[in-house]
Design a protein around this ligand. Structure first.
Ligand SMILES: Nc1nc2c(ncn2[C@@H]2O[C@H](COP(=O)(O)OP(=O)(O)OP(=O)(O)O)[C@@H](O)[C@H]2O)c(=O)[nH]1
Ligand SMILES: [Mg+2]
Length: 355
């Protein structure tokens, strides 16, 4: 089994909208134009003259489209996305290699006011990312007005030493009432006054785009490359993420739960991949879905087990494409009262504060 998403190095357009994770993985496309690579003795390519590289953190409040942006820029769906806020729970790397540069995007959980220890860990990890990257793209939702959550993040960035690009996303569905006619035109759109003022006050570069349609992303990509210093290849040019396969398996299950359930249920769920047994003709995956209450367990199992069955079937189909083989997925649901509050349980389930 592969331990990472490392498809063949072929060209692709990095600004095309993200596709289904598994479809994209199988198609094995990456490297927005990274052709004619000169490989050095040690295996890692020798960067051409003027090559730039570095880590770019993607931060913002929940649901503004950070993960969608990373997927679209990289050209593959590395992070799961959903209309439910607080979808992303781990810092995830998505790697884009072009002829000009290698950008390692670091997608982060949405910064919000935490209500439990899990939220505290997620927010802490997102905040720590601010200080461990070479540049930041601060994503805001251009379809709504600047809010308290955005202002909180902009305050966090006040003392930050790295360059910031303010990324105004969702340009495809901006409310005309929020547009101001006498302001400079950015990417053919008229930018909302509050965002523009915010960027001017902090001396940030602005880019306006739609992570969903890809509109404006070429401009954003260039602005991000401009922030980077000349540097080496940090990863092989054909690698798109450093996430292990087990992690992706767990996320594929969580994605199905996010798409099938509502309100507290998706937030109360954590997936543990207990065992992956590779046999000659089939791979057996044993996973436990941890929930906090009996009522949530009831919802997940559904009438006569129908909900769990359909979650399992969908997740299994995605996993089968991922490993290119047959999967037997055994899902168990376990009530783990208040796991989101327990430091030990959080660590067991893979949620720790990272520097
Ligand atoms: N119309 C429109 N919708 C978008 C755009 N970008 C993202 N979305 C939608 O916004 C929702 C949230 O997207 P995500 O990428 O999961 O947002 P996020 O910022 O990563 O959210 P968290 O992980 O919860 O912090 C999804 O339903 C996306 O399809 C865009 O450019 N236009
Ligand atoms: Mg996300």
């Amino acid at each position: 089994m592969n331990s990472d998403l490392s498809p063949d190095a072929e060209t692709n357009a990095p600004i095309e909208p993200a596709e289904d994770l598994v479809e994209a993985f199988l198609r094995g496309q990456n490297s927005g134009g990274a052709s004619d690579i000169d490989y050095g003795v040690g295996g890692m390519p020798i960067p051409p003259k003027g090559f730039r590289s570095g880590f770019i953190g993607i931060i913002g409040r929940p649901n503004v489209g950070k993960s969608t942006l990373m997927n679209t820029l990289v050209g593959q769906k590395i992070a799961i996305t959903s209309p439910t806020a607080q979808t992303t729970r781990n810092r995830l790397k998505g790697i884009l290699t072009t002829d000009q540069a290698q950008i390692i995007f670091v997608d982060t959980p949405g910064i919000h006011k935490p209500h439990h220890r899990l939220g505290e860990v997620l927010v802490k990890n997102a905040q720590n990312a601010i200080h461990s990257v070479d540049a930041l793209v601060f994503v805001v939702d251009g379809s709504t007005d600047l809010g308290g959550g955005d202002r909180f993040i902009s305050d966090l960035l006040r003392d930050c030493k790295v360059p910031v690009v303010l990324g105004i996303n969702k340009a495809d569905c901006q409310d005309p009432a929020l547009q101001v006619k006498d302001l400079p035109v950015i990417n053919g759109n008229i930018c909302d006054r509050a965002y523009l003022e915010l960027a001017h006050a902090q001396n940030w570069t602005i880019a306006k785009f739609s992570a969903l349609t890809g509109e404006g992303l070429e401009d954003l990509q260039q602005k991000l490359i401009d922030q980077l210093e000349p540097g080496p290849y940090y990863y092989p040019p054909d690698l798109v993420t450093d996430q292990p396969e087990r992690f992706i398996m767990g996320e594929l299950i969580r994605e199905q739960i996010l798409l099938s359930t509502r309100e507290e249920v998706p937030h109360s769920v954590a997936i543990a991949i207990d065992q992956v047994k590779e046999e000659a003709k089939i791979t057996r995956v044993f996973a436990t879905i941890h929930v906090e209450r009996d009522s949530q367990k009831g919802i997940l199992i559904g009438k006569k087990g129908t909900m769990l069955k359909s979650i399992g079937t969908e997740a299994r189909m995605q996993m089968q494409k991922l490993i290119e083989g047959k999967i037997d997925l055994q899902l168990f649901v376990k009530v783990q009262p208040k796991w989101r509050q327990s430091r030990t349980r959080l660590a067991e389930l893979g949620y720790r504060v990272e520097d």
